[in-house]
Ligand binder design. Structure first.
Ligand code: GUN
Ligand code: FE
Length: 432
């Protein structure tokens, strides 16, 4: 053993019940790591302490250690447009997003924003994300370089867009796919980085670009695919007009071979039964982005219906249409989206979702998501004393479920005291 961490420790071994099966909680626990930052052991302090007399142990009394959060859909260049007033999807893209994304042609600019973006994720306790860069390959190099330097496991890709966007933001069918292939060679499985083919959404790719993207995906084992799907009624009508021969929005992606177990479709708010059935049959998943869906007025994601088709749903911020980098804030909004539909979100399920749940949906659960032996130890230390209100209410809670519900309802970046990647501290809050 190389080092150990002692605190209250929580993780999940499977989807939890409200009674708490599937959940592991050690009131006074120890997490033990090896030299490379992988988990060796997790148990009660009294069990492990005798064997750890020679091992450097960091002790956080009164704090809660949990696996790092996973965000399945976020745009790093949209750090520049978060909180932009007044529009729904298509106008928001044209008026705010496309102008901002043009700045990422400059490697140094992209690099600075990538550093800020990763700092912000770490401050919020997010250790892995599935990330859109811009159409510029240099934005991807900047992002992966920054991520690899700090040792975070990230999935990311170059946006493919060969029509219906400003000239400065378009590639061509051939150049976009060639650049993606080069980026796969450079970055896929390089250290902790994983590549994701990223056609922005159906309206901004020609049929040729979608055809070539599907071919590249088929010949790139392990490479992911991400795009947007059925977010907004204007968008859906536009897709119908552009692809009249396809039976629905999802069929555009299906026709070009873009569905599958490592394909993640953001939003999926206004889907037909047939679309949900096809997502299910192909093992494709949806990223639910509650703050974005509310902010752009896109609609209420129907989690229950999605699950009734056995379609995987991850949970994501979608910054910059999303209004917070914090996955805690995202849970808070998800709870309200579900409440408006007569459902709720139990805190056990919520924290499972941010950790092992998203890891499973992103097919990363062999590497991250909990503290099983051998997994990469990306984790956070949460401080219930971080704000007066949290401290006050925390004191009143008797059960773990109540405490976790406070974290997801009142919590934000201030709850995160420290963030570790494979046992290395990459963020620590200023002393409170
Ligand atoms: N659809 C196509 N591009 C985007 C984007 O950048 N954000 C969101 N929310 N939806 C999109
Ligand atoms: Fe998005």
């Amino acid at each position: 053993a190389a080092q150990a961490f002692r605190a209250s420790i929580l993780d999940f071994t499977s989807a939890p019940t409200v009674e708490g099966s599937g959940l592991r909680f050690y009131e006074d626990g120890i997490l033990v790591l090896d030299q490379s930052g992988n988990v060796i052991a997790l148990d009660h302090a009294e069990v492990l302490l005798p064997s750890l007399s020679q091992v450097k142990t960091a002790h956080f009394p009164g704090k809660v250690i949990m696996p790092g959060f996973i965000d399945s859909h976020i745009h790093f260049p949209q750090t520049d447009v978060i909180a932009s007033y007044g529009e729904q999807l298509l106008d928001w893209l044209n008026n705010y997003t496309f102008p901002a994304e043009q700045r990422f042609a400059d490697y140094d600019y992209a690099s600075n924003v990538a550093e800020f973006f990763l700092d912000e994720l770490m401050r919020c306790g997010t250790t892995t994300a599935m990330v859109y860069c811009t159409v510029h390959p240099q934005s991807v190099d900047a992002f992966f370089s920054a991520s690899e330097r700090r040792g975070s496991r990230m999935i990311a890709g170059k946006v493919l867009m060969d029509r219906h966007a400003p000239d400065a933001l378009t590639d061509t069918a051939e150049s976009g796919v060639q650049e993606s292939a080069d980026l796969i060679d450079r970055w896929h499985s390089n250290g902790r980085q994983l590549y994701c083919l990223t056609p922005r959404f159906a309206p901004t790719s020609t049929e040729l670009q979608l055809t070539l993207s599907g071919e590249l995906l088929a010949s790139s084992p392990g490479v992911y695919m991400q795009t947007h799907l059925s977010e907004n009624h204007g968008e859906i009508a536009w897709v119908k007009a552009l692809f009249p021969e396809r039976k629905h929005y999802l069929d555009v992606y299906d026709h070009y071979g873009l569905l599958g177990p490592t394909s993640v479709f953001a939003h999926g708010i206004h889907l037909s039964d047939d679309e949900l059935q096809r997502l299910s049959d192909t093992g494709s998943s949806i990223a639910f982005c509650p703050t974005s869906n509310l902010f752009l007025g896109s609609g209420l994601f129907d989690l229950e219906r999605t699950r009734s088709f056995n379609v995987g749903a991850s949970i994501a911020t979608d910054v910059g249409a999303g209004t917070s980098f914090s996955q805690l804030h995202t849970l808070n909004e998800a709870y309200k989206v579900l409440q408006l539909q007569g459902l709720s979100l139990h805190p056990f399920e919520a924290f499972y979702w941010l950790t092992l749940g998203n890891a499973k949906t992103l097919r990363l659960d062999d590497k991250i998501g909990n503290f099983e032996t051998g997994k990469e130890a990306d984790f956070i230390v949460m401080n219930p004393q971080s704000t007066p209100l949290m401290a006050y209410r925390y004191e009143q809670c008797s059960s773990l479920a109540e405490k976790l519900f406070l974290f997801m309802t009142l919590g934000d970046d201030r709850l995160i005291q420290a963030t570790y990647l494979q046992g290395r501290q990459v963020y620590q809050a200023a002393d409170v």
